[in-house]
Design a protein around this ligand. Structure first.
Ligand code: GN1
Ligand code: MG
Length: 367
């Protein structure tokens, strides 16, 4: 048995998973944690679990992450149950160890956790299906409403300044000065492109600092793959990956989702002529999101949504570029210059959003 498999099995044992172990699959869509789907046979059927090794280079206080997740999942579960519905497929259920912990630490590989996989659910990294895109909008809009009255002060700040776009530009500057991987010369034009986007990209953050936009409890990583859908009906079931739930702007959650859901391409598309914001996809997501969130948002918040898409696309690209300069320390890559490909793709996407900003704002206004 390979080392990885024996680690996974030890984690399953510590979380008391029952039945006969069959096999596991690697899930590759995340860039940070190591994620596995593990299959057990029990009571005549297959039961599947998600087992994850948390990346403690990125999440330096993984206990805080798990405390946030426990609080938020319990809160959402209680809200759903209060409506008389079952929360079984609407929120993640994390397993606990004998001691009641939501995590376990292995000597050779660190911090692990485990949750039940939601029955008959599917996820998408990218999709052209407008119904699915609208559903993902609903999922994140609804998520906002569940947590609208959650006591923000109870949340740990697991990654300080996570969506502080100004600091993200500062980090890029520092990486340029370090030039740790010796890659600075080859990326001058990409840097120039990002510098040209800076004034627009930092606007939502500046509006928050100025007190115009309020901090709410936000998800902060709203890519399409972080929603589960019913495999049969395509309706959304649950929002997953709650690692970065922290105070933030609604414009960040909306914008980070648009970055992925309304793009014509994958995050690292190399043919930049294919990279664009698809306004039909954008409208589908917006319709789902704005309708689900209801009248919770102020006028300023609604006005900030489209700008949030530019901010999050640019910021994410700046982070990929920073990591490329640093020698790929943060985001997992599957080929050597993937972070550069991601950075170039995000720049092209943000530039297209800038061209379409007025239209994007009009679409928000329709709903
Ligand atoms: C990371 O690992 P994943 O895919 O959930 C990152 C997000 C980025 C995203 C880009 C903690 O999320 O902020 O937007 O990659 N998560 C963290 O795809 O940095
Ligand atoms: Mg994530």
């Amino acid at each position: 048995m390979q080392q990885e498999e024996s680690q996974i099995l030890e984690v399953c044992r510590r979380f008391g998973l029952k039945g006969e172990y069959k096999y596991y699959e690697v899930i590759n869509s995340g860039h940070i944690n190591s994620t596995y789907k593990v299959f057990f046979f029990r009571d005549g059927e297959m039961k599947d679990y998600i087992v994850q090794r948390v990346n403690t280079y990125v999440f330096q206080n993984p206990l805080d992450v798990m405390e946030n997740i426990a609080q938020v999942t319990e809160y959402i579960r209680a809200k759903i149950k209060a409506t008389g519905a079952t929360a079984k497929r609407s929120v993640l259920h994390y397993a606990t160890t004998e001691n009641g912990d939501y995590y376990t630490v292995l000597d050779d590989s660190g911090f692990w956790r485990c949750c039940r996989y939601i029955d008959d659910s599917v996820s998408f990294t990218q999709t052209d299906d407008l119904k699915i895109i609208e559903e993902s909008g609903k999922a994140f809009g609804k998520f906002q409403t569940y947590l609208a009255d959650f006591p923000v002060k109870n949340l740990h700040i697991v990654i300080p300044h996570f969506h502080n776009t100004i600091k993200r530009y500062g980090a890029l500057q520092e990486a340029m000065e370090r030039n740790a991987a010796g890659r600075l010369d080859e990326v001058q034009d990409v840097i120039a492109g990002y510098k040209a986007m800076e004034a627009l990209a930092i606007k939502p953050y500046q509006l928050q600092r100025a007190g115009v936009l309020p901090l709410r409890v936000t998800h902060n990583d709203t890519k399409t793959s972080n929603v589960l859908f019913d495999a049969k009906t395509g309706e959304y079931l649950a929002v997953i990956d709650l690692d970065t739930v922290m105070p933030g702007l609604v414009a960040f959650d909306f914008g980070d989702a648009i970055r992925v859901a309304a793009s014509t391409v994958d995050e690292d598309e190399k043919d930049l002529s294919k990279v664009a914001l698809d306004l039909e996809k954008y409208e589908a997501f917006t319709r789902g999101f704005v309708r689900a969130i209801g009248d919770m948002l102020s006028k300023d918040e609604k006005n900030s949504l489209a700008l949030g898409a530019i901010a999050m696309t640019t910021e994410c690209g700046v982070r990929f570029l920073t990591d490329y300069l640093d020698g790929d320390k943060y985001f997992r890559i599957h080929y050597p210059d993937q972070n550069l490909a991601r950075a170039k793709c995000h720049l092209a996407l943000a530039q297209d959003m800038e061209r379409k900003l007025v239209k994007m704002q009009e679409i928000v206004g329709k709903y």
